[in-house]
Design a protein around this ligand. Structure first.
Ligand code: TXA
Ligand code: MG
Length: 347
């Protein structure tokens, strides 16, 4: 199968892709967070193709995307009070809410759980595609499992060429990290995955601090957020997250980048070191990929996954990465870098 990239701002292209969704196929779709690999969420057979195409574990459930808060009624059994507050504040946008599922949602979507993850995305092309398809669209990030999430149509094309007919090109993703996943199926809101809506924003709207699900304390056989047990976003070369102030971590990286594995005691020979650094602390070394100023968490989020893909193309043996502070969107950015990391070094 040839994969074609279609301009998402043309209605005729939305219609072509809606036809694919309605006939049980898969399409690469733009959202404001990352690109998704979409299928009809009400068809178990269509959804099963997502897992096969991505190489995703079938016990890792998917997010169902709806075009309005009212459409949530189709896929959930009961609407918790917190839903109104959170959807009013953050939808359309990068917030996924976990609620008790209704019977129309196939087990393939939820991996057999009695809850379903739902989100109303903000990207106009995605909203239009859901409306034209006439069904909610289940979509995980449109990367091959183990690769960084795609934030450009080209990333989807590179990962899934020959496996899907179309990628709808809606431009670079505005947010750049995935949605925040919040479980509201119980009495209190619990963050299962940090993302585009920040902890501080959730706390302000809820009037209480949300709890954060700690995967380290979880029973590894039955984690609350199944996706978290898999290592994501891993670059080809092992990445070491360098923790410390921007000045300390950059001093550490810049002394090692020309000096191979000095201090790493990892090899008897020479390692090619590449680095992920803040714009305001980087050197002009071609092995350095930057992802925004140290204080600009929005820019870091929108550039991170593309930067990880660029680092892959450098064919390094080791990647050293600066990590932002965890305020605001920095929390989600730091979370993704630490997930990509094979090790951590404090400086
Ligand atoms: O921004 C996003 O969320 C993107 C775009 C395409 O919407 N999607 C995305 O999907 O990141 P994915 O499949 O890569 O991540 C979905 C996460 C996984 O960690 C999964 O385990 C969790 O949501 N999840 C889905 N359903 C769940 C449920 N019923 N209970 C707990 N966690 C769930
Ligand atoms: Mg993903």
């Amino acid at each position: 199968m040839e994969t074609k990239i279609l301009n998402a701002s043309l209605d005729e292209n939305i219609i072509i892709c809606a036809d694919v969704i309605m006939s049980g196929g898969l399409v690469g779709v733009p959202t404001e967070t990352v690109y998704g690999l979409g299928a009809n969420a009400l068809s178990g057979d269509a959804v099963a193709k997502i897992f096969a195409t991505k190489g995703r574990h079938t016990d890792n459930p998917l997010i169902v995307h709806v075009a309005s808060p009212a459409d949530v009624q189709i896929v959930v059994r009961e609407i918790p009070d917190m839903f109104r507050i959170l959807s009013n504040a953050f939808w359309p946008g990068p917030l996924t809410l976990i609620m008790k599922k209704s019977d129309v949602v196939p087990d393939e979507v939820t991996a057999g759980l009695d809850t379903v993850a739902v989100r109303m995305p903000e990207h106009p092309a995605m909203l239009s595609l859901i409306k034209k398809s006439g069904v909610p669209i289940a979509a995980p990030s449109a990367n091959l499992s183990g690769k960084p999430s795609p934030t450009k149509a080209k990333h989807v094309f590179d990962d899934l060429f020959g496996k899907i007919p179309y990628v709808l090109d809606g431009g670079n993703c505005r947010v750049g990290v995935e949605s925040t996943v919040v479980d509201i199926s119980g009495d209190t809101a619990q963050i299962l995955r940090p993302g585009g809506v920040t902890y501080e924003e959730l706390e302000k709207v809820l009037g209480v601090a949300p709890t954060i699900y700690n995967t380290a304390l979880a029973d590894s056989d039955a984690p609350r957020s199944p996706g978290m047990k898999y290592r994501h976003y891993s670059p080809k070369a092992p990445l070491t997250a360098i923790l410390g102030s921007p000045k300390m971590s950059s001093d550490f990286i810049l002394t090692h980048i020309d000096d191979c594995c000095n201090g790493f005691k990892c090899c008897g020979g020479v390692h090619k070191v590449a680095a992920l650094m803040f714009d305001d602390f980087a050197s002009a070394n071609p092995a350095v990929v930057t992802f925004g100023e140290s204080s600009d968490h929005n820019d870091q989020a929108s550039r991170l996954f593309d930067a990880l893909r660029q680092l892959d193309s450098l064919d390094a043996d080791i990647i050293l990465a600066q990590v932002p502070d965890e305020k605001g969107l920095g929390y989600a950015v730091a979370n993704r870098i630490l997930k990509a990391a094979a090790s951590v070094q404090h400086v």
